[in-house]
Design a protein around this ligand. Sequence first.
Ligand SMILES: O=C(O)CCC(=O)C(=O)O
Ligand SMILES: [Fe+2]
Length: 219
Amino acid sequence: MSAFPPPALAPEALPQLIDALVAQGWYLGTDVLDGDLCAELHSELQTLADHDVLEAAGIGRGRELQLRRDIRGDAIHWLDRKSLAQRRYLNAMEDVQQALNQALFLGLFEYEAHFAHYPTGAFYRKHLDSFRGRANRVVSTVGYLNPDWPSDGGGEMVIYAPDNPACEVARVRPAAGTFACFLADSVPHEVLPTRLPRASIAGWFRRNASLGGLVDPAH
Ligand SMILES: O=C(O)CCC(=O)C(=O)O
Ligand SMILES: [Fe+2]
């Protein structure tokens, strides 16, 4: 047995991710996140939920933040590097950031991510993760943590074509090991109502966007 844990993200996923982002604006990999890591992150999120420390997720940023249960029903907690599991996940995202910058010159300089817990019945309506012109969030990532997911569990993330928001191009079952990545300002996506508690980590690679002299808040 090796003294080191296996890579958090399968190394062969990186070139595939770059190619898919260039070709279609989104990437989907199944069985690419390490199973033990997903289990540790899942139990950490479960503990946060049990201790009632998750916050209801809002829409918009900074002073425009609003609670809209008709749009999204998840509860979140920002990653803070406090556990080894979080650090492993975030270190893997640093590798992704470096690969994106080297291959695509995106100038990404920061990554922010939160745990997301969708209770039974929760959903997130179709949206983009950033808006052109104030696109400080450039690339979105989602890692899924539920150890298994039945075919009738609901809670899929539906990805729509960048040039045709009515056209579904992928339906992602939120099972541990699956990792998705897409361009934040051009790939519409939604989370269908879930029939089971659903656990994920949503994250964004950012470029610094300065608006009227004000630096956008991290979150
Ligand atoms: O959990 C997912 O599948 C996607 C979540 C999402 O779209 C978001 O948090 O912006
Ligand atoms: Fe999103």
